[in-house]
Design a binder for this molecule. Structure first.
Ligand code: SAM
Length: 281
């Protein structure tokens, strides 16, 4: 498949995360027509190119040579179509590529994306957890201290969290998540789109127990649901905040500020603010 001539530029090509049938026809077309394909691992991408009947040349682009080869690749984009793929899924997502896109843009090169599979999005569609707001954290640090700090930071977000993980580390990571985030619903999605695909749901504590001894094979995404609703603020807390705001602001503004912060009724707070002012006379 090499009859289509591509315009010069950079083409970001998403590839399957397991099932080769998930490669889009447009991705196959670009892989068959690019002047060169920048790849993480030539052996991995060779199989994909064979699958689509492409004989286009590959050039390695990975964490260890990126700094050195990037300027040359960007220079080629002025006159050639350069495709970027990673071993699996969408390039740039816990994979190399963002600096290549950045430098291509700086050089005035046209950047085109061929969207497709990504394990993070696929796992979100399997987990049955809220998807209106989510944060992707890639791989957590391996060292316990750094991992706990990263989990605490992630936990401040009031939405769903997505982490990449490997089988040998799954048990320890789930235990650390249960420790740092408390009782939250979660899902472990494994081998998505492959033969042994499996999604297990439960609370973080339940999943931590399940995977404490079991070391599952394959590739894994952990999805953690948002924290439960915070308990309504105590009356004394709202009263104290209102008094504090009144020391700085006129009554209407103080009521507005406190209403917004606690999700409380503005009119009632304004009435209370006027009362406090009267008492102080
Ligand atoms: N760029 C890729 C993407 O868009 O998903 C991710 C690359 S990252 C180096 C590899 C990690 O993605 C794996 O360790 C695993 O956490 C996750 N992953 C990739 N394929 C997967 C699959 N089929 N099922 C579950 N997780 C997968």
């Amino acid at each position: 498949m090499n009859d289509q001539k591509l315009e010069p530029g950079l083409y970001i090509v998403a590839t399957p995360i397991g099932n080769l049938s998930d490669l889009s026809p447009r991705a196959a077309m670009v892989l068959g027509a690019a002047d060169v394909i920048a790849v993480e691992d030539t052996r991995v991408t060779a199989r994909l190119l064979q699958h689509v009947g492409s004989r286009r040349p590959m050039t390695p682009y990975h964490d260890h040579n990126a700094e050195r080869v990037r300027p040359g690749l960007v220079a080629r984009m002025a006159t050639e179509a350069v495709a970027l793929v990673s071993d699996a899924g969408t390039p740039l997502i816990s994979d190399p590529g963002y600096k290549l896109v950045r430098d291509a843009r700086a050089a005035g090169v046209t950047v085109t994306t061929i969207p497709g599979p990504s394990a993070a999005i696929a796992a979100l569609t399997l987990a049955g957890l809220p998807t209106d707001r989510f944060a992707f954290h890639g791989f957590l640090p391996a060292k316990p201290g750094a991992r706990a700090a990263a989990i605490a930071e992630a936990g401040a977000f009031r939405g769903t969290l997505v982490f990449y993980e490997s089988g040998p580390r799954l048990g320890a990571t789930l235990a650390a998540l249960a420790d740092g985030l408390g009782e939250r619903d979660a899902a472990v999605a494994r081998e998505i789109s492959k033969r042994f695909e499996e999604t297990v749901t439960g609370t973080l504590a339940e999943l931590a127990v399940r995977y404490a001894e079991l070391e599952p094979k394959g590739e894994i995404v952990i999805v953690v649901g948002p924290p439960g609703e915070a308990p309504p603020a105590a009356e004394e807390e709202v009263e104290a905040a209102l008094r504090d705001a009144l020391a700085r602001l006129p009554a209407a503004k103080a009521a507005g500020e406190v209403a917004k912060r606690f999700g409380a009724d503005r009119k009632a707070l304004y009435a209370r603010a006027m009362q406090i002012k009267d008492e102080a006379k």
